[in-house]
Design a protein around this ligand. Sequence first.
Ligand SMILES: O=P(O)(O)OC[C@H]1O[C@H](O)[C@H](O)[C@@H](O)[C@@H]1O
Length: 555
Amino acid sequence: MPQAHDLLSRRPEWRALAEHQASMQQVHMRDLFHQDPDRFRRFFAEAAGISLDYSKNLVTTDTMARLMALARACQLPDRIEAMFRGEHINASEDRPALHVALRNMGSEPITVAGEDIMPEVRGTLARMEEFVWRVRSTQWRGFTNKPFTDVVSIGIGGSFLGPKLVSASLKPYWHGRLNCHYVANIDGSHITEVLRHINPETTLFLIQSKSFKTQETLENTKVAREWFLHNGGNEELISKHFVAVTANTREAIDFGITEENIFPMWDWVGGRYSLWSAIGLPTALTIGMENFRALLSGAHAMDQHFRTAPLEDNLPVILALLGIWYGNFWQADAHAILPYDHYLRGLPAHLQQLDMESNGKCVTQAGEPVDYQTGPIIWGGAGANGQHAYHQLLHQGTKLSPADFIIPLHTHNPVANHHAILFANCLSQTQALMQGKTEAEARAELEAQGLPPEEVARLAPHKVIPGNKPSNTLLFERGTPRTVGALIALYEHKTFAQGVIWDVDSFDQWGVELGKQLGKDILDRLLSRDALPGANDSSTDGLIELFRSRHHNGS
Ligand SMILES: O=P(O)(O)OC[C@H]1O[C@H](O)[C@H](O)[C@@H](O)[C@@H]1O
């Protein structure tokens, strides 16, 4: 067990940051910009086609230096290397976390338990390539010999959010004939709505589950299979229409999936980091393998940057440290992801799983309770829509939520002046958050409208905007497979770097398990005709009985 002084919060670098924060409390970003005309250039970094302006943060060069010192004290560079080398950085599950291997374009081997995994990674990509080609070129057809028109991915969590985000982000690259649908929830409405619009003769189902044990996915797959069998299909035809991606081949075969239709997954890839594996098949089918490989190459470029760039220029490290600065020293509980890009509107949902499942932890790697905050609440949505909804809280609320504004310089769809207007909205938000409106300015505005002094005095407090609210602006040329790959990898590495500093295991998710365990007993009780014993608490029992009274008494 580590000694208490090993805890992050006892480190001198931590205390140095706490002292520095006290000295920054009266500083306003407006003044920082006035004092330093070079501030934009000073707090700007670029890598793998992504540019980051972090000048609108509550930082000085001294702040950044202190944050970098903390990262070094936590041996961040060594931990980054450890990840790339395949060390068991997922300590509680005693595994490596090697999503970087899935997009490794280099020729060097990456070993797990003494074996180079790269031949299998490349072999799987080659298999995907062939499968994607066969479906897109109509060599592989449905049971009435018609080409496929719809791909339905059934999966949840990491086997859903990542591929769904990438498919939606790259819609301009979709194949003209193939539509892509995602079914995740164990809410009959989800699969019903999808099945309503598709034809069994021309639909390909992809069953996506690393474990092949996930209740939602298995139950939805049963429904899809029954629907197929009742609408012209039969058992022999299942192999034409059902393909699986899993690390649990045995279970998939037992479930009725033909062995040749199973693509592998590996226990060294976490679900929320798996979109780069065969779990990306729905994406690859819709955007084509060339574009899927470009996605991987964008992520690889970000990997190389994360591994080799000095901490001071390292995009994931800078984002990670800024998050620590606000979460641990400014009491920010939340972080907003605000893509000003219709195609990237699913990014907040994906990053919620990525970040909150990775760093929503309360003990260190060694099992000691932390006495500092760990992962933030991730939230957000597409801009400019959010400006007409929740941005009010960012501007004048009492909560601090730093925000990432993400926007392409070029749109795929030039319509009138839309993109310039969108861009202007994005910039005006970060500017407003930074500079706010002083009381003097609010008063002057009201006076200029000719209001009497008592009205000016009454309204001015409502019109004051404190400003000094931090934001990052992330830019890229256009939403291409490469930039989308780099952007997602950027956030993966940010999450990992924060986990290293907080000394938590960013690759396990034990908290998710408890609900699953309890759910089984509750389901037995809901379905039972007889009231089963098993009282835990009056709330759960009362609600179970309420459900049973509606379902078993004919009401
Ligand atoms: O891919 P599967 O094994 O079906 O898992 C799907 C998801 O379920 C779990 O509950 C985990 O919390 C997720 O990390 C995972 O991505």
